[in-house]
Design a protein around this ligand. Sequence first.
Ligand code: FEO
Ligand code: CA
Ligand code: CA
Length: 627
Amino acid sequence: MTDDLQYDNDNGISNPSDNRPFQDVLRANLARRQVLKGGLGLAAASFVAAPSLANAGFRHWPRRRGLINFTPVAVADGSGPMPSISPDYQYDVLIPWGDPLEPGGPAFSWPPNAADQAQQIGIGHDGMAFFPIDQSDCSPFDSKFRRGHWFRPGNYHGMLAINHEFGGNSHVLGKSSPESLEEVRTSQHAHGVSIVEIKKIHGQWRPLASKNARRIHVNTPVTFSGPVAGHPLLQTPAGNIPLGTVNNCSSGPTPWGTYLTCEENFNGYFGATNREQTWLPTEAHQRYGFSEGGFGYGWEKFDARFDLSNPDYKNEEHRFGWVVEIDPFDATQTPVKRTALGRFKHEGATSVIGKDGRVVVYMGDDERFDYIYKFVSADHYRDMLDRGQSPLDEGTLYVARFHEDGSGTWLPLTLDNPDLAGHFHDMAELLVHTRIAADLAGATPMDRPEWTTVAPNGDVYCTLTNNSRRTEADAANPLAPNPDGHIIRWHDSEEHTGTHFSWDIFLIAETTHGTEDSFSDPDGLYADPDGRLFIETDGGQKDGLNNQLLVADTHTGELRRLLTGVTGDEITGLTMTPDRRTLFVNTQHPGNGDPSLTNFPAPYDGVTIPRDCTIVITRKDGGIIGS
Ligand code: FEO
Ligand code: CA
Ligand code: CA
């Protein structure tokens, strides 16, 4: 059932630049690797800026009462067709793929038709954010909430914005390739974003009828703002209006209550039929990974927008690869692509309020040897909003360079950066080709940057999920190859807005194999206000495990497994209610769509189509999630 090509989102390497800024300062790679294998803590300390942060490489920390007190899921219990959760916790299932967006909508049937899918929850559940609705007239049906001192209406009622990253044709359509425009539309409607109003009623979360609920998919009208808006690079000869968002991976809420959804592997949905003319990839096409066959979705065969060889739709590919802002409380709002945040394979947009109230957004570009970025708004975000200006439309985009000595520099991607001089006519051209600008600036090629998260002390963590093709280690990417990934941590100057930082390696996944802490391929990431770090995985886990959710204590390095998913899935997406007593995560592509592997959320029967869904997690004693 699986279409392997479609599930390998990271085929190939599309960074051919020579950026190896560490090369002249690297230690001998072989020696480093030996040191790393011999003792990670020692190796990490040798290139860590702040010795107190020298926490790389997990060891078996003594178990003690502290931030994390739950009984972990044992390795022996972490496989099979159903999830396993810590005995101190319980889970429920919410909004599986194909359920109606609102009660009374079209019920799931497989395979769906295009019209129904546009009114149903999409597939490929990924990044999400819970926006509480603080209505005093919402009665708490759960008596624990009523009696508890942490009662607040917003803890059981809110808008859930959720990304639908991707669904392979076999899973969605029941065939490897679409055979009509109708089937392409079904696939397109399964992608995008859902905005769902959810409420806890009689102890169970469920969707409500809502004036704010909506589906945003590949054919939803969108608009552009920021430096690229209105530029010829976004115009097609056909003159078609901008439509849609695709491969919505990670995400993040803004301080002003909107949702940022991130377009990641957008290149894979384009292909070339070569009917109109023979498509020859440009340097920019190659840098962004466009190819004649794409990921095999076959949209280009019936929808000319996605045919790179159709001259009428030249530049359509420039309309994807952006961060898109969505108002979860206004279904009439047109989603806005915020071009100042750059065009690349966006993996997350983590906002934090920095010095002088400027908003800072951290972002990864998930490709082997690609980069970590941040955007800093031009002014205090409230002042900009008061002026009717988006804080995300004017500011500076930076890319990270990690130095060997534990320091780092944020390199501005601006026309007056001497390294970029003469390469771009204007900021719009630069931003459409952000990856090329970052190559020229001398950014550090990383091992697939995925999620970023900001801890309360200002430390920023970023997952580097793996890089099987790294042949030369450097300080920030210390394993070559790096099959299991690591997590890097930095601290910016000037309360996130400065151009300098210090950094260290928080952990290296390879060190955990064969232990009860075993995990690989860190991806989703969330730092809670107490110093816990929630880590979600996506990739082949070692020691027989399914993908998983773990909780780390950033003070001690202790690591415990809270949940394992089902065969063939990925655990991703993470948001909590304000009281942190309810956690929402997702199982994505359970069984890779193969019902012989899992039928989740249905019990195992070997027949029922497995469906991506949200898993709602609570502590049995009503406590803080992760404790
Ligand atoms: Fe969509 Fe890089 O994970
Ligand atoms: Ca991811
Ligand atoms: Ca991933």
